[in-house]
Design a protein around this ligand. Sequence first.
Ligand code: PEP
Ligand code: MN
Length: 286
Amino acid sequence: MINAIASTPRSYQLAAREAQLQPTTIRIGEAVVGGGVPTVIAGPCAVESEGQLLLTARAVAEAGAHLLRGGAYKPRTSPYAFRGLGLAGLELLALARETTGLPFCTEVVDTRDVEIVARYADVLQIGARNMHNSALLEEAGRSGKPVILKRGLSATVEEWLLAAEYILATGNPNVILCERGIRTYETATRNTLDLNAVALVKQRSHLPVLVDPSHGTGKWYLVQPLALAGLTAGADGLMVEVHHDPDRATSDGPQSLTHAHFAQLMEQVGMLSPLLAQLTHREPVT
Ligand code: PEP
Ligand code: MN
């Protein structure tokens, strides 16, 4: 399959824009990722309890989110931090889907968990720390579910697209890239959201791209400006962390929007979206 299009000039082949004339569009429930209308994925960093998840799931659904997010298996820097509810978290996400009608995405951190996570989730998320984990990429690809592939903390655009290639090469065409900020010398923000990469990848690849301004900045009050900037740079949607009480969140409280701030963001996305659709610079330049 890869050899068949070996004449394309890039190290990645199936992910390259040259491999496909039309941009990839992925239908998930009622949302179409890459379909011209920004897709918004929102929810808590981690699933903490039934009450917490349902409260936020209802709030983001009401505000117009297309997908719910929530971590049941959390990759944490410290082994002593809260690492998620595991299977119980997946069951709560399924309950939230039943309650709100929103499909959900959730992270899988281990090849041994791909089967169980794929049994529950509508979309699998490969986190930044696992972008280079080729066994996990292939296992997620083979699940047949759409895969959100976050960019590694210090991955180049080429490495990111080669990681996507691992998933595509399993025969799964439904890969969604997600720029979530990279490590730079700057310490004033958690990461540096690389909007260069968003604009570049939209030209180099046919795959849809999301921006995650929550992890990209680490600060809730920077989420709105960077969300709008990301969409303007060409992103096909957003992934945003939302919590009913960010001060008490088990993870990523400082970057989580309250329900009210998320509703405000959705209004702004609604205002920006028709303008973006008219901008000619969104046409890929080759
Ligand atoms: C997350 O989405 O909560 C997460 C852990 O993201 P990342 O892999 O981008 O750090
Ligand atoms: Mn998080």
